[in-house]
Design a protein around this ligand. Structure first.
Ligand code: ADP
Ligand code: MG
Length: 271
């Protein structure tokens, strides 16, 4: 029995595209599963890249997150296992792009995902330790559903010049969500991605971000790594494609940090 253990829902979010959200959802999810956590990835991006990268081809996506958000299908009936033990996914497809219109008159339109996630599991025992939501880059109803459902946001930041600019946007969104949909929303942490140790700019951005956000920035930094970039074209997480590569090892370290932060948080909440 793990009665004290509730599912933690983390929205992997940043309003900039191409910063490593999907790569982080896939590989952090895999790394968490590798260290024994039960993980569900919710693909909320109509591009469906997390689904593809986890080896769920488009033609097999009979049930998607659309069915959950629009038709009220249960999370337990919609999650499919991946090739990674302990890791399931609710896939996405292009049909998601119509959600905004479909839900324009719906009740609790921003809480559809939260309501669905709250009824996952059986007999009061949740089925997952972690739910990672791979968010789309735009601020739309899907992102709002993700942030309304989340306990905390995990922010990937690409080590490049405009990194902080996208972040200002995201922080505004988080504040707005706290004031309206989800007062308890926290920032789990910020992870620097695509770090190039030979580039002065990467180092400078990393320093700036740490100066600004202090301990919220994870110690683990994800390096730019060709194996990480190649893995999705094989429908595999980097940790399965090449466990030894620097990128996979960095995601494993990140997973341990995420779990350590959660343990500390639970301890403090109980104190
Ligand atoms: P987002 O979901 O924020 O749009 P992605 O995770 O799709 O970003 O990443 C954008 C691109 O950068 C993809 O082509 C991906 O393969 C590549 N990429 C992400 N992280 C790394 C990394 N650590 N090393 C090399 N390439 C990466
Ligand atoms: Mg993405």
């Amino acid at each position: 029995m793990r009665a004290d253990k509730k599912t933690r829902v983390l929205a992997v979010s940043n309003q900039k595209g191409g910063v490593g959200k999907t790569t982080t959802a896939i590989n952090l999810g895999t790394a968490l599963a590798a260290i024994g956590e039960r993980v569900l990835i919710v693909d909320m991006d109509p591009q469906g890249n997390a689904s593809t990268g986890l080896g769920v081809p488009r033609e097999t996506r009979r049930v998607t997150i659309y069915d959950v958000i629009v038709d009220g299908r249960s999370v337990d009936d919609s999650a499919v296992p991946t090739t990674v033990p302990g890791l399931s996914i609710i896939p996405a497809d292009a049909d998601m792009s119509g959600v905004e219109i479909e839900l324009s008159q719906a009740d609790r339109r921003s809480f559809r995902l939260r309501d669905a996630l709250q009824s996952q599991g059986r007999d009061g025992q949740p089925r997952y330790d972690y739910v990672l939501i791979d968010c789309p880059p735009s601020l739309n109803l899907l992102t709002l559903n993700a942030m309304a459902a989340a306990d905390a946001v995990l922010v990937p930041l690409q080590c490049e010049f405009f990194a902080l600019e996208g972040l200002t946007q995201l922080m505004k969104t988080v504040d707005m969500v706290r004031q309206s949909l989800n007062p308890a929303l926290e920032i789990q942490g910020l992870v620097l991605t695509m770090y190039d140790r030979r580039s002065a700019l990467s180092g400078q951005v990393a320093n700036d971000v740490r100066a600004h956000f202090g301990e919220k920035v994870y110690d683990s930094v994800i390096p730019r790594n060709v194996r990480v970039a190649e893995a999705p074209s094989f429908g595999k997480p980097a940790l399965i494609y090449d466990l030894k590569c620097a990128g996979s090892q960095a995601y494993l370290r990140l997973a341990r940090e995420v779990v350590a932060r959660e343990k500390k948080r639970r301890f403090q909440a109980a104190a």
